[in-house]
Design a protein around this ligand. Sequence first.
Ligand code: NDP
Ligand code: GDR
Length: 352
Amino acid sequence: MVKRALITGVTGQDGAYLTELLVGKGYAVHGMLRRASLFNTDRIDHLYHDPHVTGANLTLHYGDLSDGTALRRVLEKVQPDEVYNLGAQSHVKVSFEVPEYTADIDALGTLRLLEALRDHVAHGGRKVRFYQAGSSEMFGAAKPPQHEKTPFEPRSPYAVSKVAAHWYAVNYREAYGLFICNGILFNHESPRRGETFVTRKVTRAAGRIKEGLQGKLFLGNLEARRDWGFAGDYVEAMWLMLQQDKPDDYVVATGQSHSVRDLVETAFSELGLDWKKHVELDARYLRPTEVDALQGDASKARKVLGWRPTMDFKTLVKLMVKHDLGLAQQEKTLHRAGYDSPARGAASTGVG
Ligand code: NDP
Ligand code: GDR
């Protein structure tokens, strides 16, 4: 029997890596995406085949975490064995600008999906396993190293919403006996990372500065410390959680933490650049309340799931810098040929 997985947030960084992983394992993957005025499937286009072709193993469905009816419909249609709830307004700084929306999608959206799941399982007598994308941001002000028993002290509307989603998930597991796992994942990055998150913003800028396309990089707090791992490793942990005999919650992290300053220094020096000549502070990127230090203790995931990260911080930064230098070189070639790309991405958004 071919297993069926439903992924919300399939167009995001993790959605793309998870789809690759599951397709590689022989799953029929169904992704939920929201309607956009421009195509928003760049990260999964290489995995998508015309549905009329036999053997197509990624199918897309329109839906939105704000729309409970659509969630029910998609569940009924797909009849999944596993559901991965990755969809979210995932930007911490943006959550201060749009707190109600963030709560609606990240907290209530999870509740809507759990309600649909509860009915789907009760009426159809089906067995469905559910993964909830929790975050190290939930630990917020709690002292590192953080593990499954560390109390949550959230510091942003995003983090508060993820804490609510976490407890909804625990409650639905206990109240209705559903197979639900919360992953508490620390920051994970890749060349597919959105360009307003700090790692990608830095590696994009380093490549563009090296190619003479940009002079300055404006950043916020350089002292914050994060535990950065590779997204490809982290989606493996999500899948492993759903393959266990019992549902449980797991921290997923490398156990190493670095400051934003270390990140900038590592990325720029990879290209022989002196970051001090290019980086400037812009208070727009400071957060009203910051999470100062995150460093995960993933002993439980190591012991129970047999999960280990394969990529360290330096290798990850190197991979991203190399990728983004390539992008900058393409941009330069286009520029020379007379195709000017508009100012774009992290350099110009002013939000990330
Ligand atoms: P991204 O921001 O790259 O992707 C988020 C996904 O959610 C996108 O597919 C986005 O669609 C979708 N989405 C946004 N709003 C809605 C909505 N209203 N209805 C349905 N889908 C929506 O995030 P990541 O891939 O990095 O993260 C995946 C999940 O894991 C998120 O829940 C995030 O909060 C969480 N997380 C991430 C960590 C990380 O370091 N990456 C760490 C811990 C948790 P669109 O493409 O249209 O915008
Ligand atoms: P984070 O990631 O908030 O940890 O959330 P982000 O990369 O946005 O910030 C990390 C740290 O860098 C500091 N910082 C800046 N951040 C951004 N985005 N832009 C800047 O210019 C900048 N300057 C300094 C931030 O203040 C912060 O301390 C990510 C998201 O993927 C969440 O969805 C996820 O849950 C957590 O990781 C774990």
